[in-house]
Design a protein around this ligand. Structure first.
Ligand code: B1M
Length: 638
């Protein structure tokens, strides 16, 4: 690697030496040994206020923006940053090589992202071919940007965003579908992972040829010069999936990638402690790059579990209160070997101590210096033996529960035979055994139970248990998806029996218009809400993602809906919820239509603030909330 030891008058050697020691997990004897890299000129657009409009279309603009930012940063911030050029084109580059359509951002604060799934059937999967990086999707843009930087800039380029095989397939198939196929079409999913892993490896090699760096180290991975790792893969979706599936489908491929490049970095946002054993199984794991998002106990557990097996890069967005964030975050760290800080300071949003984001108006360079000072102070105290902040987490795991108690909703007048039949319905649902569930429902009907009793005393009980297990951290997204799909198989038996006399339409608890708000492409939570609402008997008109206020209004009118349900995952898109409430008001629909909102940054307070009647923190609770809002009972019809 043509290592950058000096840049525009700044001597980078002491910084590099520190970073190298962290990659080698060397002893830490003073607070200054911890490398602190704060990205003030973030390469991505999320949270930016000043990205030039041609940032994604003109390599000169991207290179110049980053170089100017680094120069200012080096003058103003007392950290260990080592600059490089990040050819950033959003998270969908590899997926776009296979044919996924990427959304060109309209707003300067938005990033390019995949719009819709490319693979919706096994036949689509069978048609996939390895991409040609010189021709396909957004890959040539990345190579042009790398070439431009090498030819015209003094910044060495690094790799673009590298979504790993799990995330890339999640983007290409839609996560819920991918997780369902892991159960139903495992062979096909294994083949997809093989193909995407091969494409990933080829893609890194081509980039490295253009960059002119060796396979086993890098000018820059995710904002950080990386002397001890040749590659990174973003594995955000690991937080969603259970350890068994990750071990079977993901670990072998990440191991293969990391072996090819002499060591690699796994990135994920949030709590991934259920994968500690899986992380330890990945061959040549050099770095875990994690955004703890204010989950202090989980971070402590991750650190304890990994020990010095890998370097840990802490990569949160800037907390609004670094002076209280770092004492709490580092309270559970007893051994600082291999700990690095690799933060981002967003221009207009900061993270609170719970991992939520709030709008801010601050000078990012001042914030960067506050981060550096806070971290150094905490580490100095900890090295001096002072306990600072909260006590270390005890790494408690949720208690194991008996999934097979008695269904509680069974009426006292039910016979023993009926109680057993309902329990069987519930158990088949929890086991995701669709065929078994259909048989159990028929058997329950044969005992004289009414369809509604079976839904309430069997299926709904099963779904509540699934929801409870999910909230207790024992079930993950794939199990929720499977439970929803199994529920629908069961409903296929019951729905005809629920129809009104004379072949009337199937009973519906109410018509709901659902979508993710404008500017936001996150749809996993929204799809779960849909699954749960449909499973519970609501009719859902799904408008998809990036839905403008006027589209919600039109759909509510066209379908005569009684509930408009909106999801948002980005703080920056929350305003779309308020705009939709206002648009419904302007259209004179507020008397007929209730509004329910949800998504990670949303709260009951926010719902009250914008005048939305309903809020649910989870998909499971969205059902009860929709029922409350529409005041429906089973069988009330539309
Ligand atoms: Co993005 N992302 N992402 N992301 N992503 C988050 C949300 C983030 C917290 C990660 C972080 O901080 N680093 C952050 C948001 C920060 C913020 O503003 N608060 C973030 C960011 C910044 C971004 C980009 C801007 C990154 C970039 O490109 N620079 C970009 C934005 C793209 C866009 O939308 N324009 C982006 C892109 C992506 C991917 C495409 C890679 C992928 C999305 C894939 C997809 O959805 N098809 C992705 C993912 C997967 C995540 C994380 C890892 C997981 C989100 C998720 O699906 N959670 C997330 C970090 C994390 O949480 N660990 C992150 C699981 C899901 C089941 O939960 O959606 O909360 P959730 O739904 C729950 C409840 O909230 C509730 O029920 C669900 C189940 O119980 N619920 C409702 C949801 N909607 C509801 C509606 C209701 C009721 C309940 O009533 C109507």
């Amino acid at each position: 690697m043509g290592e950058l030891t000096e840049w525009r008058g700044f001597d980078l050697r002491p910084r590099l030496a520190k970073i190298q020691r962290a990659f080698a997990r060397a002893e830490v004897t003073s607070a200054d040994d911890i490398p602190i890299l704060v990205n003030t000129p973030c390469y991505f657009a999320f949270g930016s206020t000043d990205k030039p409009p041609d940032y994604f279309t003109n390599p000169a603009s991207m290179v110049d923006y980053q170089a100017r930012g680094y120069e200012k940063h080096l003058h103003l911030v007392d950290d260990d940053y080592v600059p490089y050029f990040m050819p950033w084109f959003g998270t969908g580059v590899l997926a776009s090589g296979f044919g996924s359509k990427v959304h060109i951002p309209e707003e300067p604060g938005d990033d390019p992202a995949v719009v819709e799934p490319l693979i919706t059937s096994p036949a689509d999967a069978a048609r996939l071919k390895l991409p040609d990086p010189y021709r396909d999707g957004w890959m040539p843009r990345v190579l042009d940007a790398i070439d431009y930087a090498r030819a015209y800039s003094d910044l060495p380029p690094g790799l673009t965003d590298m979504q790993g095989p799990l995330d890339t397939l999640g983007l290409m198939c839609g996560q819920a579908r991918l997780f369902q196929w892991m159960y139903q079409e495992p062979q096909m999913v294994h083949e997809l992972f093989e193909l995407v892993t091969q494409a990933f490896i080829d893609w890194v090699k081509v980039q490295k040829q253009h960059i002119g760096e060796p396979l086993d180290c890098s000018n820059g991975l995710q904002g950080t010069v990386s002397p001890g790792a040749g590659v990174w893969e973003s594995d955000d979706d690991l937080v969603l999936i259970d350890p068994g599936l990750y071990r079977e489908f993901v670990v072998p491929h990440v191991s293969r990638i990391f072996t090819e490049f002499g060591g690699g970095s796994v990135h994920f946002c949030g709590n991934g402690t259920h994968h500690l054993e899986n992380l330890l199984r990945i061959q040549n794991l050099a770095v875990v790059n994690n955004s703890p998002l204010g989950n202090f106990d989980a971070f402590a557990h991750l650190r304890k579990g990994l020990g010095t097996h890998a370097t840990i890069q802490i990569q949160d967005a800037s907390p609004v209160d670094p002076e209280s964030y770092y004492p709490r975050l580092l309270a559970g760290v007893d051994d600082f070997r291999g700990i690095m800080i690799a933060m981002f300071v967003l221009d207009n949003a900061g993270m609170d101590n719970q991992g939520g984001y709030m709008p801010v108006n601050w000078d990012p360079y001042q914030v960067a210096n506050r981060i550096v000072k806070s971290v150094r102070e905490v580490v100095a105290k900890r090295l001096a033996g002072e306990a600072d902040g909260r006590p270390a987490a005890d790494g408690r795991r949720p208690s194991t529960v008996d999934h097979r108690g008695q269904p509680s909703a069974v009426g006292s007048r039910s016979s023993t035979e009926q109680v057993a039949a309902l329990k069987e319905v519930r158990d088949r649902l929890i086991d995701f055994d669709g065929k078994g569930l259909q048989e159990a429902i028929r058997a329950a009907l044969a005992t004289g139970l009414a369809p509604f009793d079976i839904i309430i005393g069997g299926m709904a009980e099963g779904m509540s248990e699934v929801g409870r297990l999910y909230e207790a951290g024992e079930f993950f997204l794939p199990q929720l998806v499977m439970a929803g799909a199994t529920m629908q198989e069961g409903m296929a038996v019951l729905q005809p029996l629920l129809q009104g006399a004379g072949g009337a339409a199937p009973v519906s608890k109410g018509r709901v218009v659902l979508g993710t708000v404008k500017g936001d492409l996150h749809d996993i939570g929204k799809n779960l809400v849909k699954l749960m609402l449909e499973g519970a008997g609501f009719e859902v008109i799904d408008l998809g993602v990036d839905v403008a206020p006027e589209k919600f209004v039109q759909a509510a009118q066209a379908h005569d809906a009684r509930l408009v349900a909106m999801s948002a995952l980005l703080t920056t898109t929350l305003r779309g919820m308020q705009q939709t409430v206002e648009a419904l008001e302007a259209a004179g629909l507020r008397d007929q239509v209730q509004v329910m909102i949800g998504g990670a940054p949303v709260s009951r307070e926010y719902a009250d603030q914008i005048g939305a009647e309903g809020y649910a923190p989870s998909a499971v609770q969205a059902v009860a909330e929709a029922e409350r809002l529409l005041r429906t009972t089973v069988g009330s019809g539309q």
